[in-house]
Design a protein around this ligand. Sequence first.
Ligand code: IPE
Ligand code: IPE
Ligand code: MG
Length: 240
Amino acid sequence: MATEEREPLTRVPTHVAIIMDGNGRWAKAHGLPRVAGHRAGTENIRRILEACVDFGVKILTIYAFSTENWSRPPEEVESLMRLFGEVIDRETKRLKAQGVQIRHIGSLDRIPEHLKHKMLAAIEQTKDNDRLILNVAFNYGGRAEIVHAIRRMMADGLAPEQVTEEVVSSYLYTAGLPDPDLVIRTAGEMRLSNFLIWQSAYAEYYSTPVYWPDFDREELYKALVAYSQRERRYGRVLDQ
Ligand code: IPE
Ligand code: IPE
Ligand code: MG
């Protein structure tokens, strides 16, 4: 559908978070090895990022590699690390020119040295951009994030009464960013898989059977329409 034929969105989420799932199943459906699915998946990131800019989304968080994904076969983990490095090499310049600020959420431990350098360089090069924040959850786990936050609070010597919800939020990797309004999961599963478990407490959840490499601008638009029709009550009653 051409952009001008679409119904305008009545309410656009500020922060969209996506669990990019289904690369393996996409590859299988095409008779290809899993790594081909991951390659197609990384190519899709640019398409969705551009659509987010056009639709007016301000923050996009993508789940690229979880702390649990280290348990996959070593060859697959290696391919994912390599592909991620290739994406940074290929995309950073363009993202910089488009006004995208790249951030990382997750732990840098265990990430191969050369990849860590690429990540830190991309973050540094785009830090002054403000058109859209792209948060890449890589070696990210929600529970690990909370443990990391608790350890830092203790190391800072916080007294129990100083630990409020706001303070906990400020110790998470997403400190300073608003919580996600919409969490999208591709490939049909109905679970969070350890993604933003604190931050998405009141996010709207949208799951589609479409595999990530096939999740295009139209599919994103459908998710945004669904979001605009949700009623966010935060525990209150209507017309309060
Ligand atoms: C998501 O696709 C990518 C990562 C988790 C890195 P999967 O690799 O999980 O694809 P499926 O779930 O096996 O189809
Ligand atoms: C979640 O997908 C992690 C990412 C998309 C990076 P998984 O495929 O790892 O999740 P599970 O194993 O189905 O819960
Ligand atoms: Mg999966």
